[in-house]
Design a protein around this ligand. Sequence first.
Ligand SMILES: *Cc1c(COP(=O)(O)O)cnc(C)c1O
Length: 381
Amino acid sequence: MTKKSLRPATLLVHQGTDRDPFTGASTVPIYQASTYHHPGGRSTRYDYARGGNPSREQVEETVALLEGGIRGFAFASGMSATGSALSLLKSGDHLIVPEDLYGGTYRYLTAILPNQGIEVSFVDQTDLSAVEAAIRKESRAIFLETPSNPRFRIADIRAISRLARERGLLTFLDNTFMTPLLQRPLELGIDVVIHSATKFLGGHSDLLAGVVTVREEDLARRLKLFQNAFGAVLSPFDSFLLTRGIKTLKVRLEAAQAGAGILAERLREHPAVSRVYYPGLADFPARDLHFRQASGPGAVLSFELRGKSRLTPFLEAIELPIIAPSLGGVETILTHCWSMSHAAVPVPVKQKLGIGENLLRLSVGIEDPEDLWDDLDRALG
Ligand SMILES: *Cc1c(COP(=O)(O)O)cnc(C)c1O
């Protein structure tokens, strides 16, 4: 039985290395060591923990297997994963990114990349001709995030990666919202897949982590170099937590997604809600495209309150969800995008993108959806 032939639910539990190779312990221990003995001056394969250690390798192997990549790389956060992956670009390069994306990525693209001589164009990636029109001679890569955050705009992964390949461009995709269980971008033509593992992969709102996976040896070799050279690696302890979280990803995600479907339908009918964004709704505008490239709608939705004056009373009345900038936990998380996840995005840009002050994002957890609904319905008044 090779690990590659295993189905996702089995892979999640048995992962790459599912027990300690040295003792048979049921979990790979937290190898809390910064360096490794070289008997007789010879390396045993582990040299110095930044370069590699068994705790981190287990996570890296698992994520690569789940995404269908050849190698995975684990970082201290989703942002350090994104930054390390974007080190594939160099001064003079031009990068095409979506208009509507995670606020921290927006900050990285606008505050860091220009200082490194990399120019960034924000493009409506739901329009393939706009993506094509943005390509110029210096263009080196296209970065995607679909569904986008927080407006759930859907980019055509196959079409954009085909275009990129024809024009000799690399493609990156932030797959945090979908996880490899719902969307497998490497199989759709993407070169580099990035996750904030802080979210669904970790799943318990108790760690920060990021992972990157690729399908080509040359990219893997370069990312390995960046990971070691830049050094924003995932610690052994957090590798252990992430490994443990990943084991239950399928059951967590299925339960949360079922809850999100129920809440999206009911929120849409609620008089205090003017709009719901969720790919699982029958009238979601890009529903067909989303389901051609993903097998589920996910467990995150956004909704707009009818009128700004409802915001404070709602946030004061709601009890079960934590009100915070994150998603993908076992507990429901309510985010005020304007002031939290997208605080780094300037007000005029938020307005242009339709991220209003009355837009809320709900990452549905695995509580009983009826309790969540009772709470939402009461707080909406
Ligand atoms: C949270 C998030 C990130 C950043 O990850 P951190 O682990 O917080 O650094 C990147 N992309 C998306 C879509 C996210 O939700």
